[in-house]
Design a protein around this ligand. Structure first.
Ligand SMILES: Nc1ncnc2c1ncn2[C@@H]1O[C@H](COP(=O)(O)OP(=O)(O)O)[C@@H](O)[C@H]1O
Ligand SMILES: CC(=O)OP(=O)(O)O
Ligand SMILES: [Mg+2]
Length: 400
């Protein structure tokens, strides 16, 4: 038990946690989801292998504030209070140009993460909350920050520079960073290994969770990715717009009198699948509603797949050859119809789905879903927690 690593992986509306170590037969893991909404809930595994399921909704008080990241963290840390991990690994979404790899957390690192918060407003503040909460509970343990941005530091300037005045890059570090790096790195490494060419070849990954991004990977290195300076750029997401015309900001300011803060809030929190459907940011709800004839849910699903296919086609420019496509994240791992629709929009790639295999891939299943001609197609459940634990051990020099 003493060798286990506690991992806290905070996303925009979820927290995944895990205790990963040699002394544990199975992982002690859990997921808090839909944080910030009335549907917030948490489920997980206890030490004896039993599971728990807790809804934060307060039926006695329907006006109660939806559970936040802080509420979920408190609940998670209560569940874990009997354990004494060897160290703690945290996902930190934005590391800027300062952090090109995982680092041990100290006061200076926390200050830098705080300074970068404006560039990842849905994420870095939640990541800091997690660090502060675990520091309070385990004051003597070493803690490590593993950055979403680190894997993408291999991108060449043609991929990371914006076509704006140079001094905005040289003086203010305005450039494309990319996110979900831990996931893109893990799934591409895993698929290339399963394909018999470890860390070799050209791969396109689609990480489709609450935040969504695509990535082009050549011989194990990120060459380009769809997110940019912030996790708002790129494909359509749960509540984020992805790419819009930069002229939209001026249009909204001039015509609706919106402040920049309001525009940023709307693009981050009220847009994406939620904005298009007017119904939900949750793909499960939208797929069900679309099947029952909800037109706006159908449009949200269609725009999501079209923009995703466009992004994958664009990413292919970064690769000399395409060996395979990889789907991951809650949507990528579970939604066969979304995979079908997206692949259907990419006939030029020359890959063909095996529909039977495709329908079998959900709830943690891993495997190939193409018919065996042209580029491969894989579903690989991501393991950000496993990779964060491994990087935490590496930074601290802990053996497995
Ligand atoms: N069976 C499913 N079918 C379609 N979408 C699903 C399914 N299971 C989960 N999802 C979607 O996955 C998304 C959450 O993905 P996840 O990777 O857990 O998010 P996070 O970015 O918070 O880590 C939600 O949109 C959810 O609706
Ligand atoms: C970077 C990002 O969008 O993360 P998440 O998908 O966890 O919100
Ligand atoms: Mg995630």
């Amino acid at each position: 038990m003493s060798a286990c690593i506690l991992v806290i992986n905070s996303g925009s509306s979820s927290i995944k946690y895990a205790l990963i170590g040699t002394g544990l037969g199975t992982r002690i893991a859990g997921l808090a989801e839909n944080l910030g909404t009335a549907q917030a809930r948490i489920k997980g595994t206890q030490a004896d292998g039993s599971t728990f399921n807790h809804s934060f909704a307060d039926s006695a008080n329907p006006q109660a504030k939806p559970a936040s990241h802080a509420d979920a963290l408190q609940y998670i840390l209560e569940q874990l209070s009997d354990y004494q991990p060897a160290a703690i690994g945290h996902r930190v979404v934005h590391g800027g140009e300062k952090f090109t790899q995982a680092v041990q957390i100290d006061a200076q690192v926390m200050t830098t993460i705080r300074q970068t918060s404006a560039l990842a407003p849905l994420h870095n503040p939640a990541n800091l909350l997690g660090i502060e909460a675990t520091l309070a509970l385990f004051p003597n343990l070493l803690q490590v920050a593993v950055f979403d941005t680190a894997f993408h530091q291999s991108m060449p300037p043609i991929a990371y520079r914006y076509a704006i005045p140079e001094n905005l890059y040289t003086d203010y570090a305005v450039r494309r960073y990319g996110f979900h790096g831990t996931s893109h790195a893990y799934v591409s490494q895993r698929a290339s290994t399963l394909a018999g060419m470890p860390d070799q070849g050209g791969w396109l990954t689609a990480h489709l969770g609450n935040g969504c991004s695509t990535c082009a990977i050549w011989n194990g290195q990120s060459m380009d990715t769809s997110m940019g300076l912030t996790p708002l750029e790129g494909v359509v997401m749960g509540t984020r717009s992805g790419d819009v015309d930069p002229g939209l900001h001026r249009f909204l300011a001039d015509n609706l009198g919106w402040s920049l803060l309001k525009i940023d809030e709307v693009l981050n929190r009220d847009s994406g699948l939620l904005g298009l459907s007017g119904l939900s940011n949750d793909m499960r709800t939208l797929v069900d509603a679309a099947q029952q004839g909800h037109e706006k849910a159908q449009l949200a699903v269609d725009v999501f797949c079209y923009r995703l296919a466009k992004s994958l086609a664009a990413m292919s420019c970064a690769l000399p050859t395409l060996h395979g496509l990889i789907f991951t994240g809650g949507i990528g791992e579970n939604a066969a119809d979304i995979r079908t629709k997206t692949i259907g929009l990419l006939p030029h790639f020359g890959c063909t789905l095996d529909q039977e295999q495709n329908q079998r891939m959900y709830a943690g299943a891993e495997g190939r879903i193409d018919v065996g001609q042209g580029p491969q197609i894989w579903v690989i459940p991501t393991d950000e927690e496993g990779r964060i634990a491994a990087e935490t051990r590496q930074v601290l020099g802990l053996t497995n």
